[in-house]
Design a protein around this ligand. Sequence first.
Ligand SMILES: N[C@@H](CCC(=O)N[C@@H](CS)C(=O)NCC(=O)O)C(=O)O
Length: 234
Amino acid sequence: MITVSLEHELTTPSTTPITLCGFSISNYYNKVKLSLLEKNIPFAEALVFTSQSEEMLAESPMGKVPFLRTPRGVLTESQVLTEFIEDSWPEPALYPRDSFERAKCRELIEHIELHLELPARRLYAEAFFGGSVSEETKKEVAILLEKGLKSLARLARFAPFIGGDSFTHADCAAWVHLPLVSQCTRKIYGRDFLEDALPQAKAYLKMVGERPHAQKVNADRKAGMEAFMSRSKK
Ligand SMILES: N[C@@H](CCC(=O)N[C@@H](CS)C(=O)NCC(=O)O)C(=O)O
């Protein structure tokens, strides 16, 4: 595990209460980072790559990122981090106050992660990392993605945000995950499944991407890409 501390500009080292661990090309890392930035929560970032070393597993039992170091211990699973962040710093709220609308928001996040990001992830090796994926997997994933996208078309509101009229954690999730569905389907199947199923998504993603905090996440992602690629070649 490689750990490098990157103090976030909002923080000072001595008062930093939480540290987001992972790397800036991870969509799950960026989901949480965008939520933290949008809520103006002071945090530090530590560059940690996925690994199965004892040192890593002691903090992140699956060896995955992101994880969050807090004064009371470590938390894993990005959605758990999101919920912890919202519970610990309720203002500004990134979930609706109404319990049903709040649940609808979480439904969108679950939906995007379970039915879109997870199947799409099975293509990443070939789409992004120079590996290969079997024809069988490609067929299976295509069916899952078509179904997931049809279903998202029923759930997403784009009015103008994915859950309605305010920016929420669901936008943080949609903005990091949905572009990967576009990119990997274009690469693997030669057409953009997202564009075909949800033509409104493109303008929506552009709108979210214009938010200053999204731009910061994107700039860090681009800077991190080169470091990650040179590390994976070694
Ligand atoms: N369910 C996890 C997924 C996180 C995840 O898959 N992270 C990727 C990086 S984007 C990872 O750590 N992959 C390494 C692995 O699966 O061992 C979460 O929401 O935090």
